[in-house]
Design a protein around this ligand. Structure first.
Ligand code: AHN
Ligand code: ZN
Length: 332
């Protein structure tokens, strides 16, 4: 048995014991023994993922057509190369709801590109130009820092990239960073516009994949996966297009002890990058997104000036990262 497994189990034990307090020690130990059998993937390092989230945030807002955006794009490309991926970029002008031309860049890293059996992982790397959900109207025109909304998903995927360069699963993995997800019309905009101005980068990729006739067994989108109070419900479109993938992922999360994050109940329907991947590219794709219709909706910091590192919790990154890795490493 690999060393990684015992390390991982110790870590889980730590989390479970820490979360439940001493009184539940006994059942935690039972979990611990189960996990020894279960874990096939390498250990996800949440410190490392947190560092990748923070590095993106240090570029400032990653709004298309700004310097921070450009520099962060280069960083992400270089990082995937450093982690041994075959990197492709799609640089394309996309038209926003108000006619603004966005100089967008989708960034794709492929592992074992020769393999036909593949899985694809997505996150958006751009950030929103407006804090239009902020409690204070004065902040509406301040760009979002996007620690959670953008950087968290990308940070988790960079850590997954770092790990799979060392030990590859049975199937090829593609990591796709979408641009121009978050340029949908602001809540204060009164001009004519339609809903489909979200996910411009994913719409482009879905119509023009980086490889002709690209296909994958399934896809997983990570969106807002870093908040300390994150809860992930089955997202509506994911359930319609890829119910079995939702089930597979939530089951794995529960086996690993992450049931407090992954709730086996239906949440809302969210227009997000996965919708276009499902509808246009026709790859069954789920969205792991912080969203709870019974509670506050998205994270409190969503589209506000408070979407900063202060709300990022390594335990959430760990839960999502380890679950996704484990799903991939269990594919035959
Ligand atoms: C809508 O609010 C329609 N979609 C949310 C997609 C999104 C924005 N994800 C992150 N930021
Ligand atoms: Zn957003």
């Amino acid at each position: 048995m690999r060393k990684v497994i015992s390390l991982f189990s110790l870590l889980i034990l730590g989390i479970v014991v820490g979360a439940c307090g001493g009184s539940k020690n006994k059942s935690s130990k039972a979990n611990f023994e189960n996990e020894l059998e279960l874990v096939k993937a390498p250990l996800f390092n949440a410190d490392s993922a947190y560092h990748y989230v923070n590095t993106q945030v240090l570029f400032g807002p990653r709004v298309p057509n700004t310097e921070g955006h450009k520099l962060c794009g280069v960083y992400l490309e270089n990082k995937l190369k450093e982690f041994g991926a075959t990197v492709t970029t799609q640089e394309v002008d996309l038209i926003a709801f108000d006619g603004t031309v966005l100089e967008a860049k989708n960034i794709i890293g492929a592992y074992q590109p020769e393999k036909k059996k593949r899985v694809v992982l997505f996150a958006h790397w751009d950030t929103r130009p407006w804090s239009d959900n902020d409690a204070d109207e004065k902040n509406y025109n301040t760009p979002v820092l996007g620690a959670n909304d953008g950087a968290s998903g990308v940070g988790v995927l960079l850590e997954i990239a770092r790990l799979i360069q060392k030990e590859q699963p049975n199937l090829g993995v593609d990591i796709v960073f979408f641009d121009a997800e978050d340029y949908g019309a602001p809540q204060f905009y009164k001009g004519p516009h339609e809903e489909e101005y979200w996910g411009l980068g994913s719409q482009y990729w879905s119509r023009n994949p980086h490889i002709t006739d690209y296909n994958a067994r399934f896809g997983i989108l990570l969106d807002m996966v870093g908040d300390k109070d994150a809860q992930f419900y089955y997202e509506g479109y994911s359930n319609e297009f890829a119910k079995s993938i939702n089930k597979k992922v939530w089951k794995k999360a529960h086996e690993l002890g992450f049931q407090h994050y992954f709730i086996k109940e239906l949440g809302g329907y969210i227009t997000d990058d996965h919708l276009f991947v499902n509808k246009i590219a026709r790859i069954p794709t789920i969205d792991i997104i912080h969203n709870n219709i019974h509670h506050t909706g998205f994270a409190e910091s969503w589209h506000t000036v408070n979407d900063t590192m202060d709300n990022i919790d390594k335990n959430t990154l760990q839960a999502v990262g380890q679950t996704v890795l484990e799903v991939i490493f269990n594919e035959k």
